[in-house]
Write a protein that binds this ligand. Structure first.
Ligand SMILES: Nc1nc2nc(S)n(CCO)c2c(=O)[nH]1
Length: 159
């Protein structure tokens, strides 16, 4: 298992906790994936499309032998198996399973961008990520995740 990957999970359709737990279990049961770190679960107000229920968000670290694109098809399969219907693009979802970081690689294909393009402005991603990997240096800016989080909080004026 020589690739370190961080995944973001989110759900705002009940049973939210069950959807997150099922996704982690499916990943852990995959023969080429080992779940190595699991963050706390955070209840967060929806950002972007705000006319929807609160999310539960979580970040996990996995070690895997899968390539990034092989992992993407596994995550899409798990989303589909939990009933993910892409009705409204930014609308409610049973489960979102996003690849945040794949080693320290920059990947850009039609179907996959890593590091996740919106992760630096998402406190619902950065806070659980900082919990499981406080020493992580982000490939985008080579800044420690905890310092990036401080900047985001300053910018939003939340203290
Ligand atoms: N708080 C919160 N807001 C969100 N808006 C979208 S879209 N999403 C889905 C992210 O891919 C979320 C989310 O996971 N959490």
């Amino acid at each position: 298992m020589n690739h370190s990957v961080f995944l973001a999970l989110g759900s705002n359709i009940e049973d939210r906790e069950q959807h997150l737990a099922s996704a982690v279990k499916k990943l852990a049961n995959h023969e080429s994936i080992r779940v190595t770190k699991i963050s706390s679960i955070y209840e967060t107000d929806p950002v972007g499309y705000t006319d929807q229920g609160k999310f539960l968000n979580q970040v996990i670290q996995i070690k895997t032998d899968l390539s990034a694109l092989e992992l993407l098809s596994e995550t899409q399969e798990i989303e589909a198996s939990l009933g993910r219907k892409r009705e409204i693009k930014w609308g409610p979802r049973t489960l979102d399973l996003d690849i945040l970081l794949y080693n320290h690689e920059n990947i850009e294909t039609e179907t996959l961008k890593v590091p996740h393009p919106r992760m630096l402005e998402r406190s619902f991603v950065l806070i659980p990520l900082a919990e499981v990997a406080p020493e992580l240096q982000l490939p985008q800016n080579h800044v420690k995740i905890t310092d990036t989080l401080d900047k985001l909080i300053d910018k939003k004026g939340v203290r």
